[in-house]
Design a protein around this ligand. Structure first.
Ligand code: GUN
Length: 300
């Protein structure tokens, strides 16, 4: 293996430490405690795990955590009424509605009901537009975490060729906007891209966010490139015993690490950065709401 491993777990702990420092200053100097409200509708097991983990880390950095767990058959009107209440609550600086929502609820309608200034996921149409036009936005957590790791590892990204594999609203598209904002030459590749291997091999930066286990192999990677693997896929692992599984990324770690200059592992790469950036966005939203200086190094 030639690649440096980018330790997302350690980096996320550093980010949470910076958030905790800023929270402590807000409390000491202004008597303000940032608050994050998380809304979970239904009982999707993966979502329950995420929400528990978010709540725990929110409290660990000194912020208030408000959890709202609603029945799976909650009506759209009731959910919108709760969002309205959170929008006007001065103790709440960040609102996250856990996705996916049950099928009877209109996700776009619900997300766009959140006050954009409290939209710590950065999914509101206003924040999408602000990001795309280079204005001050709330930025989606996973791409923000990827950007922080890239800046930390590479310094300036200016002029680099970046390929984002995947075109989702949550990762691919905002990631491309952020890389463009840092003056990369950006290509978004996807399932219909012709000769995707050749496209990927031109990149100094590859961000893989397709949700297909180990799709990107070493032959897709330019020697020395930086590879950010956003995928979290559970696959069978018969080598660990019958019925066992393991987590893998969208990149085939072993073959990519033979060629890349640096790579994020799965688990322990991008994953821990997402919640760290959610906390960062919450303290940013709180600072902005009070007209105070934003935390340095925690925004795009
Ligand atoms: N479900 C899985 N990841 C996320 C996330 O980052 N935000 C929200 N709102 N829902 C999710």
């Amino acid at each position: 293996m030639v690649a440096t491993i980018i330790d997302g777990k350690a980096f996320a702990a550093t980010v949470r430490g910076k958030v905790a420092g800023h929270v402590a200053r807000l409390k000491a100097d202004h008597g303000i405690i940032p608050g994050l409200a998380v809304v979970l509708v239904g009982e999707d097991p993966a979502s329950q795990v995420y929400v528990r983990s978010k709540g725990k880390m929110t409290v660990e950095v000194g912020m208030n955590s408000y959890e709202h767990k609603l029945e799976a058959d909650t009506s759209e009107a009731d959910l919108l009424a709760l969002i309205d209440q959170l929008n006007t609550d001065p103790e709440v600086h960040g609102i996250l509605v856990q996705l996916p929502l049950p099928g009877h609820l209109n996700e776009a309608l619900v997300i766009n009901a959140i006050d954009p200034a409290k939209d710590v996921d950065g999914f509101h149409i206003s924040n999408v537009g602000l990001l795309a036009t280079g204005q001050k936005a709330m930025v989606p957590c996973t791409p923000l975490g990827c950007l922080m790791m890239l800046r930390d590892h590479l310094g300036s990204l200016s002029g680099l060729n970046a390929v984002v594999i995947g075109r989702s609203n949550i990762v691919g598209k905002p990631m491309a906007q952020l890389l463009l904002g840092d003056s990369c030459t950006v290509t978004i590749a996807h399932s219909r891209t012709k000769d995707i291997l050749a496209v990927s091999r031109r990149a100094d930066i590859v961000v893989a966010a397709v949700g297909r286990p180990q799709m990107v192999t070493g032959d897709w990677i330019k020697p020395g490139a930086t590879v950010i693997d956003v995928g979290i896929n559970r696959i069978d692992a018969p080598e660990k015993g019958e019925g066992k599984t393991r987590l893998v990324g969208d990149c085939d770690f072993d073959s990519c690490a033979e060629v890349a200059g640096a790579i994020t592992p799965v688990p322990g790469g991008v994953g821990p950065m997402t919640i760290a950036c959610l906390l960062a966005n919450t303290v940013t939203a709180c600072s902005r709401a009070h007209g105070l200086a934003e935390p340095e190094g925690l925004t795009a």
